[in-house]
Design a protein around this ligand. Structure first.
Ligand code: MG
Length: 304
């Protein structure tokens, strides 16, 4: 028998002070593909004095949305990134194809470093732009104008001027019109020696033809953020083709984590989605950093 007063008098509800603790949060469980390799990961942590964690944004920290301006980092992920960055001997950087100011605003954490435009812009201690890229800004703007004119009749196409690079988004374009977009961009780039084309998930990107990519960005961040003479473990997490440059650079003993199931990656580890990325970050922050340099730190005093 039940009536409305049963629930109103509070007797059926656990008292706040005696309520059991919440079930273990899924955030505290390392995703299976990493858990299967936990021994190797812990060993790497033990063998390094610090941790540089470089993270892609779209598809890694934030779910990919229909329009690029809709992508947002969930609050819990932001908190996980902030908690990790707060540890001594840990540096966190967000490395995105977005314009640096854009990704920095979306992440919104002051204690994190940023690389925008695939690393052509970097802000660690101070803001730097690749010199050749800076010279290309006017050119990029002009190319954006040309493409907007040429693609004016294609519904859904977004030509985004990101300062030193440009992105043509075709996620919202009808399948049959995508080749129109691709052909227009390819034809335009073909006329230019100083601009190169890269592709990603539903995007075409125009960049100045400098040898610079997310791998170079991670190398630069490592040089700037890791104290001289120390060995830190570089970790890179990303979901797209442009992230492969960073995975390749890390090699051994870097820890590359590919997000999603796209085939063909240099990354030795995979997780499913941005939620799993958050779980990895939380695990690193709550447990992983505790293994850093553990062998050396655990030498008992006075036994030397
Ligand atoms: Mg991405």
């Amino acid at each position: 028998m039940s009536n409305a007063t049963d629930s109103d008098d509070g007797t059926d509800e656990p008292d706040a002070e005696t309520a059991p603790e919440a079930a273990p949060d899924a955030d505290h469980e390392i995703p299976v593909p990493l858990r299967d390799n936990l021994h190797a990961i812990v060993e790497e942590l033990v063998n390094h004095e610090g941790l540089l964690v470089a993270l892609d944004f779209d598809g890694t920290l934030a779910t990919i949305e229909r329009r690029p301006d809709e992508a947002a980092i969930p609050d819990r992920t932001r908190e996980a990134v902030a908690a990790l960055a707060d540890h001594p001997n840990v540096a966190v950087a967000v490395v995105s194809g977005r314009e640096l100011a854009d990704v920095r605003e979306r992440v919104g954490l002051p204690d994190v470093s940023y690389a925008g435009n695939h690393g052509l812009e970097i802000q660690a201690d101070e803001y730097e732009v690749h010199p050749t890229a800076r010279d290309a800004e006017e050119d990029i703007a002009r190319l954006c104008d040309l493409l907007r004119d040429e693609l004016a009749d294609v519904d859904g196409v977004i030509v985004e001027n990101k300062g030193v690079t440009a992105t043509v988004h075709h996620r919202l374009v009808d399948d049959e019109s995508v080749p129109v977009v691709e052909n227009a961009v390819e034809a335009l780039v073909a006329t230019r020696d100083d601009v190169r084309l890269t592709t990603g998930k539903d995007v075409l990107e125009l960049r100045p033809a400098v040898e610079w990519d997310k791998g170079e960005a991670v190398r630069e961040l490592y040089d700037e953020l890791v104290p001289d003479g120390e060995r830190w473990l570089p970790v890179y997490v990303g979901d797209d083709t442009t992230d492969e440059a960073a995975f390749s650079l890390l090699g051994e003993p870097g820890l590359g984590v590919k997000v999603g199931d796209d085939p063909g990656t240099e990354a030795p580890y995979r997780v499913a989605d941005p939620e799993s990325v958050r779980a990895v970050l939380t695990w690193l922050s709550d447990y992983g950093v505790g293994f850093l340099d553990a062998d050396r730190r655990n030498v008992p005093v006075g036994t030397a």
